[in-house]
Design a protein around this ligand. Structure first.
Ligand code: MRU
Length: 347
């Protein structure tokens, strides 16, 4: 099943509830765009491309919910919905990218309300279908970097669950495995929400790819021990100069990889490249509720003194100088990224 999908029988949006995995596989159903926005914030659905497709379907729901009798009134309702959805999570640019694309391509003032609603849903479906096709193209490019026998460190979850299907960085690993390459994955557990140990390990089990979960702070040890050949990660937003925003902890991983001469590859669909931002310093970084950090228990008891405070940035920025190459659906960009990335985005 796809991570996010429109049900054409019920006219509702379905998503795998990622908060419950790996213990429980449950599909959440939505018929209200505001609930969709809340589900993005609460991380029922997460991962930049999955969030983008979800927001696009959220706009289709908003159109379906609208009681507008003419296109201008419908557009007013859609503007409110797009503002609500865009605020759900700030770092992943795919969210705004999908909403802007759907708004630009579907609004024809001369067509009727029903026609606009239909075009909107068709465009959301196109965004979802393209995501799968783009991920598989990206995976074929990226798999060329993987050799038989490689051990790879992977951070967060970038698999089928982080996209509509197939995945970005984990999609590259999956493609190499399907090509018959023998690989081993060291899965960063990814504090504080454990997307690595909960979601990536769950996916790898299903694909039959051998792995070990490691605590995030063990990555440097493995990189310096000669046990690792490559690192593959995803991105939530990549700036024009090749600075890569991704799940918190990615920067530390890139530093340790660089110090040990291990290639570091973000896998980034061009929808995640934001050419309007010169450098990663301009990327908004989401800071989530400290309770996510403070929820850790040790032997059944809180792992911090009562009243302790915490900080919880959800992403960090890896500077382009630590990046070996950026895998996109149009090929692999190498430094200097200012020119190579722009070329990839043009296609
Ligand atoms: O907070 P999350 O789980 O949405 O963060 C996800 C990531 O950081 C992924 O690496 C990124 O979205 C790219 S994966 C397709």
């Amino acid at each position: 099943m796809r991570t996010v999908a429109w049900n054409y029988d019920t006219h509702k949006l379905q998503m795998i509830d990622q908060r419950l995995l790996p213990g429980t596989f449950e599909v959440a159903v939505f018929d209200d765009y505001r609930a969709v926005a809340q589900a993005i914030t609460d991380m029922v659905v997460r991962g930049a491309p999955a969030i983008g497709a979800t927001a696009a379907f959220g706009m289709a729901l908003a159109a379906q919910q609208s009681k507008a009798r003419d296109v201008s009134a419908l557009l007013r309702d859609l503007k409110i919905a797009s503002d609500v959805l865009k605020q759900a999570r700030p770092t992943a640019v795919n969210l705004a990218w999908a909403i802007d694309r759907i708004s630009e391509r579907t609004i024809d003032l001369d067509s009727g309300v029903d026609a606009v609603k239909e075009t909107l849903l068709a465009e959301a479906q196109r965004i979802a279908d393209e995501d799968v096709e783009i991920n598989q193209r990206m995976a074929r490019h990226g798999a060329e970097l993987i050799e038989d026998g490689d051990t790879i460190i992977h951070h967060c979850n970038t698999g089928a669950l982080a996209t509509v299907d197939w995945g970005t960085a984990l999609g590259v690993i999956r493609m190499a495995h399907e090509q018959g390459k023998k690989i081993h994955v060291l899965v960063d557990e990814t504090r504080p929400r454990l997307q690595g140990s909960r979601l990536t390990a769950w996916e790898l089990t299903q694909y039959g790819i051998p792995f070990d979960i490691i605590s995030d702070n063990a990555a440097g040890y493995f990189l310096s021990s000669g046990a690792v050949q490559k690192c593959f990660v995803g991105s939530d937003r990549t700036a024009a100069n090749g600075d890569v925003a991704n799940k918190i902890g990615t920067y530390m991983l890139a530093l340790a990889a660089h110090d040990n001469g291990i290639p570091f590859y973000p896998v980034v669909p061009t929808s995640t490249v934001d050419l309007t931002l010169k450098t990663g310093a301009e990327i908004p970084i989401e800071e989530r509720n400290p309770s996510e950090v403070l929820s850790l228990t040790f032997q059944g008891l809180a792992a911090h003194p009562e009243g302790a405070s915490a900080r919880n940035p959800a992403f960090d920025v890896t500077p382009a100088r630590l990046v070996t190459g950026i895998v996109t659906e149009n090929g692999i960009a190498y430094p200097p990224f200012e020119t190579s990335l722009a070329k990839m985005v043009k296609g």
